[in-house]
Write a protein that binds this ligand. Structure first.
Ligand SMILES: C[S@@+](CC[C@H](N)C(=O)[O-])C[C@H]1O[C@@H](n2cnc3c(N)ncnc32)[C@H](O)[C@@H]1O
Length: 152
């Protein structure tokens, strides 16, 4: 196993967000996992528009479903760290480690309870009272930015 940070997207359903995240990850040297099914084909025009030519640089692994992703992750002995609006620990209070996978939920529904329970840690980005959630690509940038800051 290499010690790069990874970004995992659970069944993403907005192609433009995934393209933005793939561009971000390519620029920063992060690997990306997509846990399928996604709500769009990987050839989607919005994904290509947001990811631009950075898609060619992106290190993307696709997993056919959650079980396939989990089997692979356990074989690599990587920690899985979920970013969730329902977590109690602030992402800035967590000690990230090399090789961690930061997991983000789908835009429409986050992750199911079974996934919430399967992870090693659950973190939140504190928001103002009444705010529901941050765009998933922005939450990737915030959490990955903090992990990179700690591990630099
Ligand atoms: C648009 S949000 C999902 C909203 C969904 N209705 C829910 O209740 O989870 C998409 C993903 O972005 C991440 N996210 C958004 N805001 C967040 C926050 N304040 N803290 C941590 N993660 C957040 C989470 O991974 C979330 O599953």
């Amino acid at each position: 196993m290499n010690d790069r940070l990874r970004i995992a997207l659970y069944q993403p359903d907005i192609a433009g967000n995934t393209g933005t995240i793939l561009r971000f990850a390519a620029c920063l040297g992060l690997d990306v996992d997509i846990v399928e099914p996604a709500g769009f084909p990987i050839s989607d025009r919005s994904l290509k528009r947001a990811g631009m030519d950075y898609l060619e640089m992106a290190r993307l692994s696709r997993h056919v479903d959650w079980q396939a992703f989990e089997d692979w992750r356990r074989s690599e002995a990587r920690r899985l760290v979920l970013l969730s609006t329902k977590a109690a620990t602030a992402y800035t209070d967590f000690a990230f480690a090399a090789g961690d996978i930061l997991l983000f939920g789908r835009e429409s529904a986050g992750v199911p309870d079974s996934v919430h329970e399967a992870v090693d840690a659950r973190l939140t980005i504190p928001m103002q009272p009444g705010a529901r959630s941050i765009n998933v690509a922005l939450s990737v940038a915030m959490a990955a930015g903090e992990a990179i800051r700690q591990l630099r």
